[in-house]
Design a protein around this ligand. Structure first.
Ligand code: ASP
Length: 313
C-alpha cells in the first residue's frame, strides 16, 4: 500500500532571508510524519506529529509564534479530519495552549462534539492536561506593534472594529499569516487532513477563519484530503477543501481539481490562497496563488522534496 504525506507552512509572501528556515521546518515536519507512516502508523498519528513539529517552530503562524489579533493576544483555530467515518475535531478562538491540533484531536476522540470554541475550548484543553502556555514570541510581538502602527496610520485609529484588514494585507502581503497544514495517507488507505493557525494577523478578536471549518480549510474523505491557507474568508465562501474532494469524486485528477479551485477563487475574489492535497492513490499536490507557500512531501520510498513555491508552467 502507498503511504504519503505533504505539509505546508502558509501561503503569502515569505520574508526574505528565511527560506532556509522554512525549508528546514517543513522537511522536519514531513520526516516526523514519515517515520510513523513507515512503521505502519495511522494517517491521524502522522498528521498530528507533523503538525506539532510545525506548531512548535516559531517561524510558522501556528502554536508558538502564531500571529496576534488586533488586541495583541493569540486566538488559535485548528482542525483534524479523518476520512474513515468522517471523524472531525476542531477548536476555534482557543488561547494559551502549546499544541492546538492535539486539543482538536481530543475533541474528536474524547467528546461527542465536532467543535469547541473560546472559553469552553480552553476549559476542555485544561481538563485534557494542556497546561498554560504563552505562545507570543518577542519577534511576533514586535511584528504586531509595527503592523498595528501601520494599520492605525493607514485607516485611522477611530476605525477600529470596522477596518478592512484584507485590504491592508493586500497592500502589505509581507504581513500575511502562514498557517500550517498536513495531509497524510496511511498504509490502510486512510486519508487525514490537519490544519492549525493563529489566523490572519490583526484580526478582530472573535474572528473565526476557514481552518477549523471542515469542508472549508480542512477536509478528508475517501477520494481526497486537503488543507487550505490564505485569507480564510474566501476559503469559507468557496468551501474549497470539500469542493476539491468532490472534483476528484467526479473523476477529475487531483491536480486539476486543485488548479480549478484556485482559478475559480482567483476569478471570484482575486483570492490569495494555497492548498495541499493527497488523493487515494497517494498523489500529492500543492498549488497557490500567492508568491510563496513553503511545502514539503514524500511518497513511499521517495526522498523528502521541499520547496518555497510551485513553479508555474
Ligand atoms: N487561512 C488562515 C485564516 O484565514 C490564515 C492563513 O492561512 O494564513 O485564518
Amino acid at each position: 500500500m502507498t503511504i504519503a504525506l505533504i505539509v505546508h507552512g502558509g501561503a503569502g509572501s515569505w520574508r526574505p532571508g528565511s527560506d532556509a528556515d522554512a525549508i528546514a521546518g517543513t522537511t522536519a515536519a514531513v520526516d516526523a510524519g514519515r517515520k510513523i507512516l513507515q512503521k505502519g502508523g495511522s494517517a491521524l498519528d502522522a498528521a498530528c506529529a507533523a503538525a506539532v513539529v510545525l506548531e512548535d517552530n516559531p517561524i510558522f503562524n501556528a502554536g508558538t509564534g502564531a500571529v496576534l489579533n488586533y488586541d495583541g493576544y493569540v486566538e488559535f483555530d485548528a482542525c483534524v479530519m479523518v476520512a474513515e467515518r468522517a471523524q472531525i475535531g476542531s477548536v476555534s478562538g482557543l488561547q494559551r495552549v502549546k499544541n492546538p491540533i492535539l486539543v482538536a484531536r481530543q475533541v474528536m476522540e474524547e467528546t461527542d462534539h465536532v467543535m469547541l470554541t473560546g472559553e469552553g475550548a480552553l476549559r476542555f484543553a485544561r481538563v485534557m492536561g494542556h497546561g498554560d502556555h504563552d505562545p507570543i514570541t518577542p519577534a511576533r510581538f514586535e511584528d504586531w506593534k509595527s503592523k498595528k502602527a501601520t494599520l492605525d496610520i493607514g485607516v485611522g485609529k477611530d476605525a477600529k472594529g470596522s477596518m478592512k484588514i484584507r485590504e491592508f494585507l493586500r497592500k502589505h502581503p509581507e504581513y500575511a499569516g502562514g498557517t500550517i497544514g498536513v495531509v497524510a495517507l496511511d498504509a490502510r488507505g486512510v486519508l487525514c487532513a490537519a490544519t492549525s493557525t493563529g489566523g490572519v494577523t490583526l484580526k478582530l478578536p472573535g474572528r473565526v477563519g476557514d481552518t477549523p471549518l471542515s469542508g472549508a480549510g480542512t477536509y478528508a474523505n475517501k477520494f481526497a484530503a486537503s488543507s487550505a491557507t490564505g485569507t480564510g474568508e474566501y476559503v469559507i465562501r468557496s468551501l474549497s477543501c470539500r469542493a476539491i474532494s468532490e472534483g476528484v469524486e467526479r473523476g477529475k485528477s487531483l491536480d486539476d481539481s486543485v488548479t480549478e479551485m484556485l482559478a475559480q477563487m482567483t476569478r471570484d475574489f482575486d483570492a490569495d490562497v494555497g492548498f495541499i492535497a493527497i488523493d487515494a492513490n497517494g498523489n500529492a499536490v500543492a498549488n497557490h496563488s500567492t508568491a510563496h507557500m513553503p511545502h514539503a512531501f514524500f511518497k513511499d520510498d521517495s526522498k523528502i522534496v521541499a520547496r518555497m513555491f510551485v513553479e508555474k508552467a
